[in-house]
Design a binder for this molecule. Structure first.
Ligand SMILES: Cc1ncc(COP(=O)(O)O)c(C=O)c1O
Length: 394
């Protein structure tokens, strides 16, 4: 199929829910992807934060190849070697105390599981979430998501969700009632604009949740798996939640979600109350096993911390040079550059010059590169941004 045929078919047949970029991507390796015409791009989207270990990491490829010839499907009502091996590794990297996990297929599903678990464990139905939060677009996750653009057309949503301003412990305290099951929060808000919490916010939430006897649930779908310079972002503040959601990157590019919980919390689910046909699929588990090995052996969180500092420093250099930049922020290799205007043009101009970047809201350029990115590639990204911003700054 040629480029036009590929585009035409997607346009004609696929639900029209994605803002498409004008490129057909056909190949990827590490931090680089190629389009159908052989043009090369440094991928600072990481496929929306999925490609922590890089595109087609050889260990993931080898694990998938091995497993695909052995067993692809095995429902979780049977035991399986690939799943069992992966589960031990997964719990090995989880924050201490989170000893149980439910496996699913996406970020939204991992959040759905957390919401149901909170209700089941507490016998209550209210959840306190944050203004500006993003937790996914299925009905439960959407009810926790803040943006009216996503929520508005689908009312009425799941009842019982209250949104409070982030970094305001008093408002959280006020929002908790005798019907509250949990407080749900992204340690660093991703889609909302790469926004860090104030230093006292997560520890304060832990205290309030303990005091009020409600569950503290962290959505680490975007921040987890080394992205921010620790395996989980909550480690930066030494706070362990009762429930933690992970997805995006955990299976090296294949779809997997994971909802971790303390043992007695997860014990609230009775048999049959929550399940998914593909939960713990062996092929995906084999990929996740390899991705966890890569994360640990290649010390990717440490790499994210040091390269993130380097990258952030370079972006701050651009901020000094161009008054169109309002702020540079982020943690590890989860970085955002807030501009004084809509960033869409910047995204397109960067793409024309071989660099793929994301937005986060209207005016933030977001960087979620694979953690295997090289210093020279960061330099190239900054060079391209420099050229593009010079043009836009006029
Ligand atoms: C923090 C967070 N939670 C949940 C989700 C939803 O994940 P998915 O798109 O895999 O359903 C996302 C996706 O970007 C996210 O960033």
């Amino acid at each position: 199929m040629n480029e036009k045929e590929i585009v035409d078919i997607e346009e004609k047949i696929m639900a029209n829910t994605f803002s498409k970029r004008d490129r057909v991507i056909t190949r990827g390796k590490g931090t680089i992807v190629w389009d159908i015409n052989g043009n090369e791009y440094i991928d600072c989207t990481g496929s929306y934060g999925v490609c922590i270990v890089g595109h087609c990491h050889p260990r993931v490829v080898e694990a998938v190849q091995r497993q695909v010839e052995t067993l692809i499907a095995c429902h979780a009502s049977f035991y399986n070697d690939a799943r069992s091996e992966m589960l031990e590794k997964l719990i090995g990297i989880a924050p201490k105390g989170l000893g149980k996990v439910f496996l699913s297929n996406s970020g939204a599903e991992s959040v759905e599981c957390a919401i149901k678990l909170a209700r089941r464990y507490s016998g209550k139905h209210e959840i306190v979430a944050m203004m500006g939060a993003f937790h996914g677009k299925t009905m439960g996750a959407l009810s926790a998501t803040w943006k009216q653009k996503y929520r508005g057309p689908f009312m009425p949503l799941v009842p019982g969700f209250k949104h409070v301003p982030p970094n305001n412990l008093e408002k959280v305290r006020e929002a908790i009632t005798d019907k509250t099951a949990a407080v749900l929060v992204e340690p660093v808000r991703g889609e909302g604009g790469v926004l860090l919490p104030s230093d006292d916010f997560l520890p304060g939430l832990r205290e309030i949740c303990d005091e009020k006897d409600v569950l503290l649930m962290f959505d680490e779908v975007q921040t987890g798996f080394g992205r921010t310079g620790k395996v989980f972002a909550c480690e930066h503040w030494n706070v362990v939640p009762d429930v933690l959601c992970l997805a995006k990157s955990v299976a090296g590019g294949l779809p997997m979600g994971a909802t971790f919980a303390r043992e007695e919390v997860m014990a609230a689910f009775q048999r049959g109350e929550h399940s998914s046909t593909f939960s713990g699929n062996p092929l995906v588990c084999a990929a996740a096993s390899a991705a966890i090995d890569v994360l640990v052996e290649e010390k990717l969180p440490e790499r994210a911390a040091s390269l993130g500092n380097y990258f952030k420093g370079k972006l701050e250099g651009l901020a000094e040079k161009y008054r169109i930049v309002r702020e540079v922020r982020g943690l590890g290799l989860m970085l955002g550059m807030e501009l004084r205007f809509d960033v869409y043009n910047i995204l397109l101009e960067c793409m024309e010059r071989g660099v793929l970047v994301l937005d986060a809201g209207r005016n933030v350029v977001r960087f979620l590169p694979p953690l295997v990115i090289e210093k020279e590639q960061i330099d190239k990204v900054v060079e391209v941004l420099d050229v593009v911003m010079e043009k836009e700054n006029r």
